[in-house]
Design a protein around this ligand. Structure first.
Ligand code: AMP
Ligand code: ZN
Length: 139
């Protein structure tokens, strides 16, 4: 058994409720779902987080995204859906093999709660412009 829990799911050492697989990706139900249909999509190659992914690996992973999202939508008719991907413990990452959460949303009683608190006092349009300029340089 390798040390990564999701690599062990891919190689079958740890059981999972697989829903989709191709040459590049593996999708399976989250074991502690916050909503009906909550699942994870992972690359078969071990990559800790988004910073480690090549462009081709990212493209291969996201190619499967509409198919999976539409399957969830067709089967469970959620009112909405969040795609969530955490990088680093500060962002809530607990498993260090890249994974994209699919979280169908139903009503106020589903289990996904977040707080969106815009920092409009400090991140003014002028500051935003400076940040964009920095990123344009970098990119
Ligand atoms: P994150 O906090 O973004 O790192 O999310 C990790 C997710 O992996 C959590 O939602 C866990 O419930 C899920 N998870 C951990 N172990 C397993 C497992 N053996 N099978 C399915 N999902 C798992
Ligand atoms: Zn892994």
């Amino acid at each position: 058994m390798v040390s990564c829990i999701f690599c062990n799911i891919i190689n079958g050492t740890i059981p999972s409720e697989k829903v989709y697989e191709d040459e590049h990706v593996y999708a399976f139900m989250d074991i502690t779902p916050v909503a009906k249909g909550h699942l994870l999509l992972i690359p078969k190659v071990h990559r800790e987080n988004v910073y480690d992914m090549t462009e081709d690996e990212a493209a291969n992973l996201f190619r499967a995204v509409p198919k999976i999202a539409n399957a969830l939508k067709a089967e469970f008719q959620p009112a909405g859906m969040n795609l969530l991907q955490n990088n680093g413990s500060h962002a809530g990452q607990t498993v260090y093999h890249f994974h994209l959460h699919f979280i169908p949303r139903y009503d106020e009683k589903d289990g996904f709660v977040w707080t969106w608190n815009p920092q409009v006092d400090t991140l003014t349009p002028e500051v935003i412009g400076g940040l964009a300029s920095q990123l344009r340089e970098r990119l």
